[in-house]
Design a protein around this ligand. Structure first.
Ligand SMILES: C[S@@+](CC[C@H](N)C(=O)[O-])C[C@H]1O[C@@H](n2cnc3c(N)ncnc32)[C@H](O)[C@@H]1O
Length: 192
């Protein structure tokens, strides 16, 4: 199973689609997932399923949200080999209000969908994070303007610990407690 997933990841990486998260960001995210002992992931923004497939290697369960039918079809094809991924169709801001999603708690919440909606996603998902959990936002450097200053103010005013990294297009990692990772931990490269 894992062998097939890794082969599929290699294929997707060889013809990298434009919206896929940068490989170095993905490696860093996987390392963080391993460090926190991640069991349950929520992703907002499936696209062709690349990041979901990589994340599926370091978790028991993953739910990914996507609204575009064409991308869902493509992702279903790419993700059929992974048995721990569930794609949920619909607008994330609505889907997140669904009881089944809302009542679960997640160790890693990866946000990589509509940039001006980051603040809206944050306000909902912050209540779904487990105590050891982290919320990761992609494109925080490349799309800072689109994300909007109110988002940055919102997280600054929250009780979350904020760490920003320059990997790929920029990542913000929020955690309830101070992250206790050494520079050596963070340098690790995940080559799955
Ligand atoms: C940057 S792509 C995600 C890339 C993916 N995480 C990866 O690295 O392979 C963003 C995706 O979010 C989806 N999206 C944008 N806004 C959304 C929303 N409100 N609800 C659900 N999906 C959304 C888009 O259709 C697009 O497929």
């Amino acid at each position: 199973m894992t062998k097939k997933v890794i082969e599929k990841i290699k294929t997707l990486e060889s013809k990298r689609a434009p919206w896929n998260v940068a490989p170095e960001s993905m490696s860093f995210i996987l390392r963080l997932a391993e460090i926190i002992g991640c069991k349950n992931i929520l992703e907002i923004g499936t696209y062709n399923g690349y990041s979901a497939l990589k994340l599926s290697l370091v978790t028991n369960k993953l739910i990914t949200l996507e609204r575009d039918e064409i991308f869902i079809k493509e992702a279903k094809e790419n993700l059929k080999i992974a048995k721990n991924i569930k794609i949920i169709k619909g607008d994330a801001l609505k889907t997140l209000k669904d009881k089944v999603i809302r009542n679960d708690s997640y160790d890693l919440i990866f946000i990589d969908a509509m940039k001006p909606e980051y603040q809206g996603y944050f306000l909902i998902v912050k209540k779904m994070l487990s105590n050891k959990g982290i919320i990761i936002f992609d494109n925080t450097i490349s799309h800072r303007k689109k994300i909007g200053e109110t988002f940055f103010k919102e997280i600054k005013d929250s009780n979350f610990e904020i760490n920003e990294f320059s990997y790929g297009d920029g990542l913000i990692v929020l955690s309830k407690n101070k992250m206790k990772f050494s520079a050596k931990d963070l340098k690790h490269r995940y080559n799955g």
